[in-house]
Design a protein around this ligand. Sequence first.
Ligand code: HEM
Length: 362
Amino acid sequence: MEEKQLYYSDYLGLNKILNSQQPVSYTGGHIPAHDEMLFIIIHQSYELWFKQILFELEYVMQVFAKEKINDNSEDLNLVRHRLNRVIRILELLNQQVHILDTMTPLDFLEFRNLLTPSSGFQSKQFRLIEARLGLEMQNRHGHDYYKRVNAGGFTQQDYSEINKIENEETLLQRINRWLERMPFFESSFWQSYKPGEPGEKGDHDFWDDYRTVYKQSLTERESNKINDFDYVFFEKKNILYTEDQLAMLRNSFTPKALRSALFIMLYRDFPVFQASYQVLDALIEIDNMLSNWRHKHFIMVRRMIGMRVGTGNTTGAGYLEGALSKHYIYKDLSGLSTYLIERRSLPKLPDELIRHLSFNIY
Ligand code: HEM
């Protein structure tokens, strides 16, 4: 029997996709609102791209689930490649807001009331992206909004699915474990290291030296940053700091993992650190891109509905502004810039460390 030839529109499921735009204003005796078609198509495009982002993240999650990741294997290379793809998609999603900007607030008002109580707040895929990356419930703005399964909240099924993913290990936790495993500070790699000026003695000559140079690099107004340094990397709490202040300094990564991350950032010009550095940088960039999106969306919403409540029953722009300032996921990583020193002041690494890392698996 002759095999049926593949046909473009069947392969892409276009019959389903292109028949899935059903503006409500064109039904039930309402006055048709021209811009509702754009409103639907733009949301659908977002959701398709969200799907692709989740697909890429699943791959990245699998790699970091491994107990060992070879720096020179295709794994880490593909991770970088796919995280970069996520960044490109997010760039596009940021651009798309401008298309929606061609709809004026009056155009929107023609169909807005017909949408209640549905809202982008109910985008399950957006929540799954946040949850997979590592945004925890306790770090969300307005927790109560998320627990709703009544009007404006999630269906019970979506809610259970989001809950399930939120209770699984996140990418952030896996990255933390990967960083913790890095063997940079094993004593055998530091035999030939020449400690600098004697300063305060801690666990490792390198960090003693680094702390001294960092302290010297601080201006008078910044001098208390050395207390932050001691807490972020060594868990030493200054008694004057409140729990909230400590949480601002370090929230989700462990000191050990952050020591590795800082070390990678400092010595990223060495080829052996490149792959790991690019992974960390991509995660920071994804966080930035999501935050850019939240900002653009917030500005667009304020223009569109002013200070009216959202169709999804939150306070609207007020809620979005709170989410914007609170929903950074990799803040601990981007915050590491606080603790950098100039390249020329960096302690020289021992040869045995560089040699070992060139072949290392961690
Ligand atoms: C006229 C255009 C839009 C308006 C007026 C609008 C308004 C809002 C408002 C007021 C909220 C807060 C929840 C609520 O009470 O409803 C919200 C949340 C949200 N919207 Fe939109 N939105 C628009 C377009 C979009 C588009 C195109 C997307 C793309 C998927 C989107 C995705 C989201 C998401 C993901 C949230 C949750 C954000 C978070 O929790 O951080 N929105 N939107």
